[in-house]
Design a protein around this ligand. Structure first.
Ligand code: XBP
Ligand code: MG
Length: 255
């Protein structure tokens, strides 16, 4: 029986990666670096979870000698702090809307007393900046736990962040449903044993989602319906009842 929902942030609750990419490029420029991450390169770099890890990976590719120096970690931390400030500035005040259906579902689940948690690789300040307008300044009250880059453990595709969320929720993996956008996220959630719903973005549409419980383009809303309808209904958006049906194994009908 479905007893908790666990949400990824980047690419899932909101299509954030273009803004992240813009923030990285602004930080590189402010740091006097001639690095520029275009969409094609960033799509590849997104396979590395974590902004600091992504910078380290790229630096090792373009300048392995300097990337290996003892002060490299301090340099990366400095660049990433600038990047986080640039990201916060770009999403603050609701500048970046949540993806279709996410706000509606979170409110429905909250009203129904369905426990929820967040399991993200991203920096805590980014979650605050993204959610404090659509969910309000007390956005944390919607979630039993917010597991993020400050949570001990390895980053996705390791299951660590989802195991931390399960522990905070005090739920078994089988009682939960995870929402993800990427192959790394799917691997992390399924390695923790959690059935997973995938809503891809342009950055992850080409990923392998084998093993997902269901893949939908987005959760839809009455005014932004999905192209498909839900099995046995004329409804074209995902609500708690649909999630319960999928979780019990009544699969999605695409038409
Ligand atoms: C996606 C990530 C993050 C973001 C950038 O996180 O891998 O690294 O791309 O944010 P999610 P930071 O698990 O929410 O999909 O620079 O703060 O890491
Ligand atoms: Mg994601």
């Amino acid at each position: 029986m479905l007893n908790a929902l666990i949400f990824d942030i980047d690419g899932t609750l909101a299509d954030t990666e273009t803004v992240h990419r813009q923030a990285f490029n602004a930080a590189f420029k402010q740091s006097g670096l001639d690095w520029e991450w275009g969409e094609e390169l960033y799509t590849k770099l997104l396979l590395i979870a974590g902004g600091k890890e992504r910078i380290a990976h790229y630096w090792a590719q373009v300048d392995p000698n300097r990337a290996g120096e003892s002060l490299a970690k301090q340099t990366i931390d400095r660049i990433h702090a600038i990047k986080t400030g640039e990201y916060e500035r770009r999403v603050a005040g609701g500048q970046l809307a949540l993806r279709p259906g996410m706000l509606r579902l979170i409110r429905e689940a909250h009203a129904a007393g369905m426990p929820m948690a967040i399991a993200t690789t991203t920096t805590p300040a980014n979650v605050e900046a993204l959610l404090s307008t659509p969910l309000g300044k007390d956005w944390r009250s919607y979630f039993v736990a917010v597991c993020d880059a400050s949570t001990p453990g390895r980053k996705k595709p390791s299951p660590d962040i989802y195991l931390a969320a399960l522990s905070a929720l005090n739920r078994t993996a089988a009682e939960c449903l995870a929402f993800e956008d990427s192959e790394n996220g799917l691997r992390a959630a399924t390695a923790a044993g959690i059935p997973t719903l995938i809503t891809p973005t342009a950055y992850t549409a080409m990923h392998d989602f084998d093993g997902a419980l269901v893949v939908v383009p987005h959760l839809g809303d009455p005014d932004t319906p999905m192209a498909q309808r839900l099995a046995g209904t004329d409804q074209r958006w995902v609500d708690l009842a649909a999630l319960r049906r999928w979780h019990e194994g009544i699969l999605f009908e695409a038409s």
